[in-house]
Ligand binder design. Structure first.
Ligand SMILES: Nc1nc2c(ncn2[C@@H]2O[C@H](COP(=O)(O)OP(=O)(O)OP(=O)(O)O)[C@@H](O)[C@H]2O)c(=O)[nH]1
Ligand SMILES: [Mg+2]
Length: 418
């Protein structure tokens, strides 16, 4: 069973390798394959802001690591794996910086890192908590629904990477539309759900019973299952935490193959859907009028020229530092991706290398490397440009080839993975 999904991922990977246009989907497929091969399970704690997600993560880990507070706090995704204590900040430009646990708040906390002005992509922590021992990655996510829209986007995006989720509700407010929408979305990606009903220390038993009854009925309907198990907990006084932890670890030990397979199959479906929209767009760009395509093509060439001029003019002192060079190159990649998106609506993918001393690029010829990066993208655009210039028969054949790929993707989308 599990091999069949792994094979399916490999087959799709082989297919996508032939089409540059699905580069970012190919990168996601590769991540999915290595997850399946390593049998790592990602358990994310998700929910509306201020439900006590970070406090719950701390209780599960039995450590006060995540910043907690009365105002919206968590601004970036924080993953926690088993290992000796360490914390790394990953930045959007690929830089990775080790920090002390005590300094995490500077990067994670919305109040200190407003609108993620520090451009943190994620925080990766290791700690020797028993809960993580069997290959679980526990993830604290920003809450949805606060005025900080970026936090919701982050949370929505991370659900796609989750195999199981601990959906966190809180007894001080009934489930609302924001939570319903988020839950419906999460259902598309994660294979296993645990519903934690937090803050039970603030109400008495009778109130808790009626809250639980209301929630159970409501969530069963939403999840389309007859009965859901809820986990009443208090991240403040520890009540119910052991039961939740035991349920998660027992299930994951027993059903890890099944959970991985089910969540991989949902993710594969999503990747196929996204490739489908990509290829459709590429096909459409090919079918654009000359005037329309040529104007966008010209703007892109001007952008390449400006980047070249900028890279050549970089100060010598900067060019000598390997880490700074790699950060600059990653930044160029990010800017190119954004420009292509703006002009063509295409998600052009570049692998952004994590930068640690030994992985940074050789210093020196930065402008040469920047030219190389621009030139590979330029080649793709030129390919479209050339095809535009070809006779209508050739263009029609190419569009036909893309149509075949679209049909294959549609078939994969509709296929049930056995
Ligand atoms: N009484 C009580 N308060 C709690 C409990 N869990 C969390 N809190 C409080 O609820 C507030 C929010 O907790 P956080 O853990 O920061 O909530 P969050 O869901 O991570 O919030 P965001 O990161 O902003 O989405 C804090 O003031 C916590 O002290 C609990 O079980 N009981
Ligand atoms: Mg939080």
């Amino acid at each position: 069973m599990e091999n069949s999904i792994l094979n399916k991922v490999k087959e799709t990977e082989a297919l996508f390798e032939n089409y540059e246009i699905v580069g970012s989907e190919l990168a996601r497929l590769r991540r999915l394959r290595s997850k399946l091969e390593e049998r790592h399970i990602t358990v994310s704690v998700i929910g509306q802001f201020k439900r006590g997600k970070s406090a719950l993560v701390n209780r599960i880990l039995e450590r006060e690591i995540m910043p907690v507070g009365i105002v919206p706090v968590t601004a970036v995704v924080t993953t926690v794996d088993y290992g000796d204590e360490e914390a790394e900040i990953h930045f959007n430009n690929g830089l990775v910086q080790k920090v002390e646990f005590g300094n995490l708040s500077t990067y994670v906390n919305e109040q200190e890192n407003k609108n993620n002005k520090l451009n943190v992509s994620k925080v990766a922590i290791k700690c020797p908590s028993a809960f993580l021992e069997n290959g679980i990655t526990l993830v604290d996510t920003p809450g949805v629904g606060s005025m900080h829209e970026k936090n919701s986007e982050e949370a929505y995006a991370f659900v796609k990477e989750s195999d199981a989720v601990v959906f966190t509700l809180s007894v001080d407010s009934p489930i609302n539309q924001i939570e319903i929408d988020f839950l419906k979305n999460a259902k598309e990606y994660a294979a296993k759900f645990y519903f934690a009903v937090n803050k039970i220390d603030v109400i008495d038993d009778a109130e808790l019973n009626s809250y639980m009854e209301y929630c159970r009925g409501f969530i069963s309907g939403l999840m389309e299952v007859e009965n859901v198990t809820l986990f009443p907990v208090s991240a403040k006084d520890d009540r119910g935490i052991d039961r939740l932890k035991k349920a998660v670890t027992d299930d994951l030990l027993r059903e890890s193959s099944h959970i991985l397979e089910e969540s991989a199959s949902k993710k594969l479906h999503d990747i196929v859907m996204s490739a489908l929209s990509q290829v459709t767009f590429y096909r459409n760009a090919l079918s654009m009028t000359h005037g329309e395509f040529d104007a966008k093509f010209k703007e892109m060439q001007e952008f390449f020229d400006a980047i070249h001029v900028e890279a050549v003019a970089l100060p010598e002192s900067l060019k000598e530092n390997r880490v700074v060079c790699q950060a600059y190159i990653n930044d160029v990649k990010n800017r190119l991706t954004a420009k292509v998106k703006e002009l063509f609506g295409i998600d052009y993918h570049y692998d952004i290398a994590d930068i640690e001393g030994e992985t940074a690029v050789a210093a020196g010829n930065v402008s040469g490397q920047v030219d190389e990066i621009c030139s590979s993208l330029n080649k793709t655009l030129n390919a479209i440009f050339m095809h535009r210039e070809e006779n209508t028969y050739v263009v029609a054949r190419r569009i036909n080839d893309l149509n075949r790929l679209v049909r294959r993707l549609v078939k994969m989308r509709d296929e049930k993975i056995e």
